[in-house]
Design a protein around this ligand. Sequence first.
Ligand code: HEC
Length: 153
Amino acid sequence: MSIRRTLIEISQVVLQALCALAVLTLVYSGGSAQADSMSGKWLSPAPSAARKNPIAPTQESIAAGQKIYSKTCTMCHGNSGDADGPAVIELNIHPAKLSDPQLATESDGALFWKITTGKKPMPAFGKRISETDRWHLVNYIRTLPKREAAISR
Ligand code: HEC
């Protein structure tokens, strides 16, 4: 009996040591990439963020964007941008809340780049949605935080 207990104790110590080693390896191998991903925010490269939106946010553009959004983006980002689409529970993912007023701190170029490039689990739409339509999408998602503010007032 006591031999068995000793064996269990030894295996626990070995396990703990292995865990500590794994954590240390992670910390040291991560380097600067680790530091970047730890800041948590998804940032676009500066030249992309500086790109100007060639399409004015007219009613037509916003309506065009809304059409694509409800077909392609609501499953994750939700109808009103609250990140509550059906895929959220199903896939246990955490899409950005596009209704958050902080969206206003991002340039059109940055939003365009994110839609184009994607970031797991969000797909890259660069090849699936035309450049013009991606700018329409930017114009449309800009209206999501405003809707939210209008409702809560
Ligand atoms: C499969 C789910 C999924 C779909 C579909 C999807 N997204 Fe996303 N999206 C995400 C996730 C998850 C993030 C957060 C990524 C991160 O920061 O790690 C995100 C982030 C974003 C961001 C960045 C917001 C910010 O403030 O940084 C924008 C903009 C965006 N999505 C727009 C869209 C648009 C427009 C569509 C439709 C063409 C779309 N997404 C479709 C999951 C999705």
